[in-house]
Design a binder for this molecule. Structure first.
Ligand code: CDP
Length: 211
């Protein structure tokens, strides 16, 4: 059965995984999916309906009724949505509801680069190449502050850092699909690397896999 190439890019918030994944998709002419957006959309839909992110039944209902228009909502990058996304993401039924779509994207020719937290561990454990992109908490918080200011959002460094730390802890310690490097993943610490260096390391690794 024909199936697309899949490259998995995982890592914590603001590690540079999105930048890398988009660039790899363009380089290898593959589709691109930011899977974090799916969890953000579930959270935004739930909050919009007055729901509570800890409520697994309501969160699953939001995931099952997700509509493509939810992925275009203007509030997806708001901090309250980020926190709620990591709360709904800890419910197994929410993850199960989103799995089919993610796999369908990866299996559609010519294939895809997917970025997230569990792409190499759960969604595509048989991906052609797996990358785990990370960086120190301080550098990641600075990057996120810069991104927010570029979008003219007010951002207080210490608060961004504290919120990121909270989300990392939740994503890393949850029982289902916790954030961790997949077996065989190339770990790239981007703390002292620029985007070009990260890209070149990733391409060398992917090409060495015979892709
Ligand atoms: O952009 P940022 O790295 O800050 O976050 P994101 O990738 O948009 O993900 C938002 C939240 O969704 C994360 O904190 C995770 O809790 C969750 N998520 C997940 O559980 N699994 C994924 N494959 C992607 C995101």
């Amino acid at each position: 059965m024909a199936r697309g190439r899949v490259i998995a890019v995982d890592g914590p918030a603001a590690s540079g995984k999105g930048t890398l994944a988009r660039r790899l998709a363009a380089h290898y002419r593959l589709n691109f999916l930011d899977t974090g957006l799916l969890y953000r959309a579930v959270a935004a839909r739930l909050l919009g309906a007055g729901g509570e992110p800890h409520d697994a039944v309501a969160a699953e209902a939001a995931a099952l009724s997700l509509d493509p228009s939810d992925l275009k909502r203007a509030d997806l990058r708001e901090e309250r949505v980020s926190q709620a996304a990591s709360i709904v993401a800890a419910h197994q039924p929410v993850r199960t509801a989103l799995l089919k779509y993610q796999r369908a994207v990866g299996r559609t020719l010519p294939g895809a680069v997917l970025d997230g937290r569990d792409i190499g561990t759960v969604v595509f454990p048989d991906a052609e190449a797996k990358l785990f992109v990370t960086a120190s908490l301080e550098v990641r918080a600075l990057r996120r502050v810069k991104q927010l200011r570029e979008k003219r959002n007010k951002a207080i460094g210490s608060r961004v850092l504290a919120e990121m730390k909270e989300r990392d802890a939740r994503d890393g310690s949850r029982a289902v699909a916790p954030l961790k490097p997949a077996d065989g993943a190339l770990v790239i610490d981007t703390t002292d690397l620029d985007a070009d260096e990260v890209f070149h390391q990733a391409v060398r690794f992917i090409d060495s896999k015979g892709g």
